[in-house]
Design a protein around this ligand. Structure first.
Ligand code: NAD
Ligand SMILES: O=C(O)C(=O)C[C@@H](O)[C@H](O)[C@H](O)COP(=O)(O)O
Ligand code: ZN
Length: 369
């Protein structure tokens, strides 16, 4: 079988790896065979819904050469936990996994982060392939090597930088994705546009209808342009010593909200969407963005069904933003107790700010409560 038509983009990190955009699930086996001669055993970590849809296609190319076992994880953000990591370990050992076992993360960002963290610590690290099946995972989470589980006190608090050996992105898996899951990916894609691609922002504005119709060519362009932003930034600063922090735009707010909700009732994409609006208001207060630009961002998010206020998604008991401000203390960007925030600077540029006071951050929260 010859490899299908795809676009190969390289992440030029410490250990470079390819992102195959438009690859086919069936062809992964042939690729692995060409790259990893010592692999005999493969663990596919996925969830039952995704497996039902795509396990057969993926397995087609694997069964001849490998002993393949599945580890199933129920759907949901709460599965990114140490308890689930421990259960995966028990099951992997039962299947005879060793240091030559290769992990395939087949699914969305939850599977990618959890399976990735498992691969990073199992026997001190085994090889990992990301096979993203949600829009969010294709444009963002499968690229860049951030893997983690959550803690009641903070999102992704236990994790690692653990780059995959390859990212295998099959656009056709997005055909079965429910619209509410599409929205989560759009939030991260719009974030990428805000950080460094004003043309992509305009693309979202002008292509609203074709995106909603799921026009395959327009979707392909969206995923390609958006994931290219991520590849570019991660290649410049793999371990977030500087510029990579820009990819965290909206996340200081979004992660605090997710944590406050115990990782239920608000999706990551919704948290990011609300966080983008809060960051835009903060940027306006700092003179980095006009109110017209803040409104333009809100309009775009709303067009695609994304929330711009917390009350749009949950009947919240959060009346006092102090609780959320407190939770921002666990943000991984902070230094010596000082909050570091990412702010949009107009549309298509973002900056790292160490200058935001708690009072200013509270004002921003009040704009989205
Ligand atoms: N590591 C990173 O750089 C990074 C970046 C962004 C987000 N994340 C993490 O990603 C997670 C969110 O990921 P997500 O939005 O993909 O959610 P998710 O992984 O929970 O997937 C959402 C749902 O979509 C279903 N699904 C997956 N693929 C499908 C398909 N092709 N067809 C139909 N249904 C499908 C799943 O069963 C699941 O219920 C969060 O934990 C977030 O913190 C990580
Ligand atoms: O890749 C990055 O860097 C990001 O910040 C991308 C985010 O979309 C993603 O949610 C990431 O997991 C957040 O990282 P964290 O370090 O704030 O946990
Ligand atoms: Zn994110």
């Amino acid at each position: 079988m010859s490899l299908p038509e795809y676009q190969k983009v390289e992440v030029t990190a410490n250990i470079p790896y390819p992102v195959f955009l438009g690859a086919q699930l069936e062809a992964l086996g042939e690729y692995l065979h060409s790259q990893f001669q010592d692999v005999e055993h493969i663990l596919i970590i996925t969830n039952p819904q995704v497996a039902k849809l795509y396990a057969e296609r993926l397995q087609k190319g694997l069964l001849v050469d490998y002993r393949v076992n599945f580890l199933f994880v129920p759907a949901g953000e709460t599965e990114k936990s140490l308890e689930r990591l421990s259960q995966l370990t028990t099951a992997a050992l039962r299947f005879g996994a060793d240091r030559h076992t290769l992990v395939i993360a087949l699914g969305g960002g939850v599977i990618g982060d959890l399976a990735g963290f498992f691969a990073s610590v199992f026997m001190r690290g085994i090889r990992l392939i990301q096979v993203p099946t949600t829009l969010l995972a294709q444009v963002d989470s499968s690229i860049g090597g951030k893997v983690a589980v959550n803690h009641p006190a903070g999102k992704n608090i236990l994790g690692a930088f653990y780059p995959p050996r390859a990212v295998w992105t099959d656009f056709t898996t997005l055909e079965s994705l429910p619209w509410e899951e599409v929205e989560n990916g759009l939030a991260e894609s719009i974030k990428h546009a805000l950080i460094e691609d004003s043309g992509l922002f305009e693309f979202f504005e002008t292509e609203e209808e074709s995106l909603k119709r799921r026009d395959p060519l327009i979707w392909r362009e969206m995923v390609t342009r958006s994931s290219t932003v991520k590849v570019r930034i991660v290649s410049q600063d793999e371990r977030e010593q500087g510029r990579r922090a820009l990819l965290n735009l909206g996340h200081s707010f979004g992660h605090a909200l997710e944590t406050e909700m115990n990782y239920r009732g608000v999706t990551h994409g919704q948290g990011v969407s609300i966080g983008l609006v809060a960051a835009a208001h903060l940027a306006n207060a700092k003179g980095l963005m006009t109110m017209a630009e803040v409104d333009r961002i809100k309009r775009l998010l709303n067009k695609f069904g994304l929330p711009t206020k917390i009350t749009e998604i949950v009947e919240t008991t959060i009346k006092d933003p102090q609780v959320l401000l407190q939770l921002m203390q666990a943000d991984k960007k902070n230094q010596g107790g000082r909050k570091i925030l990412i702010l949009p600077h107009g549309i298509g540029r973002a900056v790292i700010s160490k200058e935001c006071t708690d009072a200013e951050i509270l004002d921003a929260w009040n704009q989205v409560i």
